[in-house]
Design a protein around this ligand. Structure first.
Ligand code: FAD
Length: 240
């Protein structure tokens, strides 16, 4: 199957409008596209996902407080009133600044007059990419639901253990990084998770005093202390 991506100017030989291609549907791409709302230009927004993800609340998906749909907005509905903007799902694999084209993984290419690339960032494992399997990052819905699965699975295992030491091990979570998200996530572990477990499954884990879940913040940078103190000031910290 060959996928075609005609330019918005296809078939127009005269009065060709300026074509802006934006690679990104995150905060950067969204803002950039919205800035062109009244411009005499056509805008094509390309992203490998067809929804805008509100990353700051990913930790709530990871800890089971929100469902993925609550932090994702379909791009076509975001831009439904912006007539000069179209949304394309695609993974950009290359750029050719000479012919002014972006190349997609499915073999299609798209012409541009101006190009904005703001493809975000990736979780860094300090050169130890093998850690990725055991310590997922938190930048996508998939990663957040993967973390949630691991947490809920830990509760299920702990529910069936009678040894309090083993149970505590399964209910101890380590958060690497101490930016804004980590203390918030730790707060969820300390407050929300036991409450949810009392209401639903793993009753024995939450009821047994030694098994109350805890989180630890791990971070080598200068912000670690500030983040830990902030968390402890709120009265939820168990940072080590
Ligand atoms: C868990 C978490 C909590 C955060 N909390 C806060 C907070 O409280 N306050 C705050 O100010 N900031 C916070 N941030 C940071 C903030 O979310 C980011 O700074 C912001 O999302 C970056 O926006 P961006 O547009 O640069 O990149 P992103 O939002 O990451 O968007 C990049 C987009 O590019 C797309 N893309 C990448 N490569 C390709 C490709 N090859 N082809 C097609 N598409 C591609 C991706 O699919 C993605 O949609 C948080 C981030 C995370 C992960």
């Amino acid at each position: 199957m060959e996928l075609t991506t005609p330019s918005p100017n296809a078939g127009k030989s005269e009065n060709k409008r300026w074509h802006v291609v934006i690679v990104n549907s995150g905060f950067g791409g969204l803002r950039a596209a919205q800035a062109f709302k009244s411009a005499p230009a056509d805008v094509t927004l390309i992203d490998r996902r067809n929804y805008h993800l509100f990353q700051p609340l990913l930790y709530q998906v990871a800890t089971g407080s929100l469902s993925p749909g609550e932090i994702a907005a379909p791009l076509r509905s975001v831009f439904s009133r912006q007539k000069n903007t179209r949304v394309l799902l695609g993974e950009v694999v290359d750029l050719d600044p000479v012919t002014k084209r972006v190349m997609l993984a499915d073999g299609a290419s798209i012409e541009y007059d101006s190009l904005i690339v703001a493809a975000g960032s990736q979780t860094f494992y300090y050169g130890h990419d093998a850690w990725r399997e055991w310590a997922p990052g938190m930048k996508s819905i998939e990663e957040a639901t993967n973390i949630r699965h691991k947490i809920l699975y830990a509760f299920e295992v702990a529910e069936r253990l009678s040894d309090p030491v083993q149970r505590r091990a399964w209910l101890t979570f380590v958060i690497v990084g101490a930016g804004a998200t980590a203390p918030d996530a730790q707060e969820r572990f300390s407050l929300d998770t036991p409450r949810r477990s009392r209401n639903h499954s793993a009753r024995r884990c939450a009821a047994g005093t030694p098994a109350v879940p805890g989180g630890s913040l791990k971070e080598g940078g200068p912000f670690a202390c500030a983040a830990r103190c902030r968390s402890e000031e709120r009265g939820h910290g168990q940072g080590h």
